[in-house]
Design a protein around this ligand. Structure first.
Ligand SMILES: [Zn+2]
Length: 395
């Protein structure tokens, strides 16, 4: 069996391949349809072959007072000066000492959320993508390959790696059947620079040259191998910031009175009574650049959850807007974003291969696992939502 060299680019748009002549030279390219959500949902879907409504990882923070790493914070929340950035930093650092969390995001600091609400929330990911038991009940591509005794090499997929230096250093000394190079930097610089800026294009060109070099190194050693490069979503330039706290204030309401979490372009709410729901729905329906996700939409995008872990109500802020005050910070350096509707072409990622792609429909994130399994001659588990894209449509 031919070895596989695969390269993942976080957030690479199909249009950006114009700046990447090597990758662009492959004949077999497809647009990659993303899912409604961010990295947590994308990676879980790629590595397990199932949609969020099955693997249940959608956002970083979920409602879970019983398991919150901040349970103890409720007893300290009224001490003066604690509900400030240094106080929040202290609580986050302390929680990290007592919680075993090896996931990509770990326990991030919750910037814009009053301390009084912290103990309601827990992070949804506990383990790293390639760790055993990442998603109970649904083994990842890494677990399946390991269980079959197939050697894998994962390069650059570490927390805090913001460049391609690990890939630059990597040598194909002992070629494994599955080599996975992880380029996380494209998403990082795209958020700041926008992906079509001259500086971003320059960086993409350099990465393309590095990939060509690695490809040639492996070609000289092995002759023939399967090559797959893919990304999980695109990028959309941000044109306007919305301060949801100010929107509530204009309507005579204090957003901090309600249990909520604001991600870059989602505002999620949990209600203590029907009056809260009525008040919040009234304000949200008056915001012109977004809408409440209905049950039909949640089902359409495969993100319907069995409970209210990600919100009793989820408001979606549409492109090209972001919220200015979020759990992550103040969005000042965010000039480009993702997490918007998968129906926008700008939300698409890419899928490129040196093999003929027979399926003529766009590739989806859930196709990644079955596609690799079929290259390695491994049976695809029956619960998998994705398809093997080397076959003709729905093959
Ligand atoms: Zn991102």
């Amino acid at each position: 069996m031919k070895p596989i060299l695969t390269i993942f680019f976080d957030g690479l748009k199909p249009e950006s391949l114009e700046s990447m002549p090597f990758l662009n030279s492959f004949k077999d390219k497809r647009r990659m349809r993303t899912i409604l959500g961010y990295s947590v949902a994308c990676h879980a879907s790629m590595y397990t072959g199932i949609y969020p409504d099955k693997h249940l990882l959608w956002f970083v923070w979920r409602y879970s007072p019983e398991t919150s790493p901040f349970k103890w914070v409720r007893y300290l929340r009224n001490i003066p000066l604690m509900n400030t950035l240094p106080g929040k930093y202290f609580f986050t650092k302390t929680a990290r000492l007592f919680e075993r969390n090896t996931s990509y995001f770990g326990i991030p600091m919750v910037v814009n959320l009053p301390l009084k609400y912290w103990h309601y929330f827990d992070v949804s990911e506990k383990k790293f993508w390639d760790e055993p038991g990442y998603l109970p009940g649904y083994p990842t591509i890494f677990e399946i390959l390991r269980s079959k005794g197939i050697g894998i090499d994962i390069v650059g997929m570490d927390k805090g790696v913001s460049d391609v230096s690990e890939i630059e250093r990597y040598q194909f000394t002992e070629v494994k059947p599955f080599t996975y190079l992880f380029v996380g930097s494209v998403d990082l610089f795209s958020h700041r620079l926008g992906q079509d800026s001259p500086e971003a294009r320059k960086r993409l060109k350099k990465i393309d040259q590095l990939i060509e070099k690695k490809y040639e190194e492996l070609r000289k050693r092995e002759g023939s191998f399967n090559f797959v490069a893919f990304s999980d979503h695109g990028h959309i330039k941000v044109a306007k910031r919305i301060d949801l706290y100010a929107v509530f204030k204009e309507k005579g309401q204090d957003l901090n009175r309600y249990l909520h979490v604001i991600d870059a372009n989602y505002a999620r709410f949990w209600f203590r009574d029907d009056r809260e729901r009525t008040n919040i729905e009234k304000i949200l329906t008056e915001i012109p650049c977004g809408f409440i996700l209905t049950e039909d939409l949640l089902k359409k995008y495969h993100v319907m959850m069995p409970d209210n872990r990600y919100g009793d109500l989820i408001f979606y802020l549409d492109a090209p807007h972001v919220f200015s005050k979020t759990i992550w910070g103040f969005s000042r350096s965010i000039n480009s974003m993702h997490g918007y509707s998968p129906d926008y072409p700008d939300s698409d990622g890419v899928f490129i291969s040196n093999q003929e792609i027979k399926n003529d429909t766009p590739v989806e994130l859930v196709d990644i696992l079955p596609t690799f399994l079929s290259l390695l001659g491994i049976e695809i588990p029956p619960y998998v939502d994705g398809r093997n894209i080397w076959n003709k449509r729905d093959g």
